[in-house]
Ligand binder design. Structure first.
Ligand code: ZN
Ligand code: ZN
Ligand code: ZN
Length: 415
């Protein structure tokens, strides 16, 4: 990559990831001015969609626009981005200090309205919406966080209606989803650093001891290593051994890892807010290679690797998301194993683990530089074992840009 993201991550690579590295890099890369630009892009999107405001509860959209990671609690916290004028954060008084420390608030780009325990925050939201509404409308059009709790949605609707207007509600993703889908250079740099950090964990686990340990114990080690490699959250540690490797979303269990087990190791966390997510497959032979991988397993793994490579090579601006899925699927189907690959090829990644764009049949979205997503075909034989290879990639200016760089060969380990 020739852009700023590559420069930043080269500079970053000079220092190995360490405790707190993700947050430190995030703070260095994304300052108040970046949030001001994002807020103004969101305001443009509100106007383009013919809306009066977008209303965002806790979650990734609020973090993207302000840097504030609001707690997921029963008191309302809501960012109102109106069609006209300044954005407003309605926030419980006891969390106002915390919110005020977030970069967009610190930079003075968002007005903060704290409310007390007996105040009505929904009335405050309605007031902020009306103050910034487009002139001359009898209906109020708002886009609202896709995952806002019903208890908030219904009370906001009622509060808007009390002002005499009917509220028309849409999903926030319709209006501002496009903003987060294409990663800016500083976001790409965080994703790249997240990939570098999680790769060190893959290397440590695949070169350590596995036989005789429980999946839970390996998962605990994964989480510890994700954190010491700079992730602030160790989100998941899938350690599926033996039959469990055939269950794609198996987490980890008390099962003891034995010679002759395949292991699907799918791990990731949040690094400066941005997700890491990679999968490698291991075969445990036991001491002196006692139980080597079966020919059938090696055959399936070879097909899987070809499928992963075909999808990866297919990535470039202008190709559709579904064609990336098809590139992987065609290889597995041609080998007569189509039934054994029963999930989509990938998902977008950013401030959320799974987000747009999804790499799945039916998604005609064309890739553009800055799209970030996983490529993770798998082949599973129920009751026996399974295998998956997963990398996060960016769509670059002319080709794929891979963010996970550990070997994609089968990891054959003895002990
Ligand atoms: Zn998954
Ligand atoms: Zn994964
Ligand atoms: Zn994934």
């Amino acid at each position: 990559m020739s852009d700023r993201s590559a420069e930043i991550s080269t500079a970053y690579a000079a220092a190995l990831p360490s405790l707190g590295a993700g947050h430190a890099l995030e703070a260095r890369l994304i300052g108040p001015a970046a949030y001001a630009a994002r807020l103004s892009a969101a305001r443009d999107a509100v106007n383009d969609a013919g809306l009066d405001a977008v209303l965002l509860g806790f979650g990734a959209d609020m973090r993207y626009l302000t840097g504030y990671v609001a707690p997921a609690l029963e008191r309302l916290t809501m960012l109102v981005v109106p069609a006209r004028g300044e954005a407003t954060l309605i926030v419980p008084r006891l969390e106002a200090g915390m919110a005020g420390d977030a970069p967009a608030m610190r930079g003075g780009h968002v007005a903060t309205i704290p409310f007390g325990e007996t105040d009505d925050p929904f009335a405050l939201v309605a007031t902020a919406v009306r103050a910034g509404a487009r002139a001359g409308n009898s209906t109020i059009g708002v886009a609202i966080s896709d995952r806002l709790w019903a208890t908030f949605v219904l009370r906001i609707e009622a509060a808007l209606a009390r002002g005499g207007a009917t509220a028309k509600m849409r999903l926030a993703s319709d209006a501002i989803g496009k903003l987060r889908m294409v990663k800016a250079p500083e976001e790409a740099a965080l994703l790249r650093a997240a990939g570098r950090a999680v790769d060190t964990v893959v290397t440590a686990i695949t070169s350590g001891k596995l036989v005789g340990r429980t999946e839970n114990d390996v998962a605990r080690e994964v989480r510890e290593r994700l954190t010491s490699a700079g992730h602030e959250v160790a989100s998941f540690a899938i350690v599926g051994s033996g039959k469990n490797s055939a269950s794609p979303h198996h987490e980890a269990s008390a099962k003891v890892i034995e010679a002759g087990d395949a292991i699907v190791l799918d791990i990731g966390g949040q690094f400066g807010g941005y997700g890491s997510d990679t999968t490698r497959t291991i075969w445990v032979t036991g001491p002196n290679g006692a139980v080597p991988p079966t020919d059938d397993f090696l055959h399936r793994y070879a097909i899987l690797k070809q499928a992963h490579q075909a999808a990866t090579d297919h990535v470039r601006p202008g190709v559709s998301c579904e064609s990336v899925d098809q590139a992987a699927r065609a290889v597995i189907e041609a080998a007569g194993l189509g039934e054994r690959f029963f999930h989509r090829t990938g998902h977008g990644i950013g401030l959320e683990e799974h987000e747009d764009p999804y790499i799945v049949k039916g998604n005609a979205t064309k890739l553009v530089p800055g799209h970030a997503f996983s490529i993770e075909p798998g082949i599973y034989v129920e009751g026996l074992n399974g295998a998956r290879i997963e990398d996060i990639v960016l769509c670059g200016e002319s080709a794929v840009d891979q963010l996970n760089l550990t070997s994609r060969e089968l990891y054959v380990v003895a002990g």
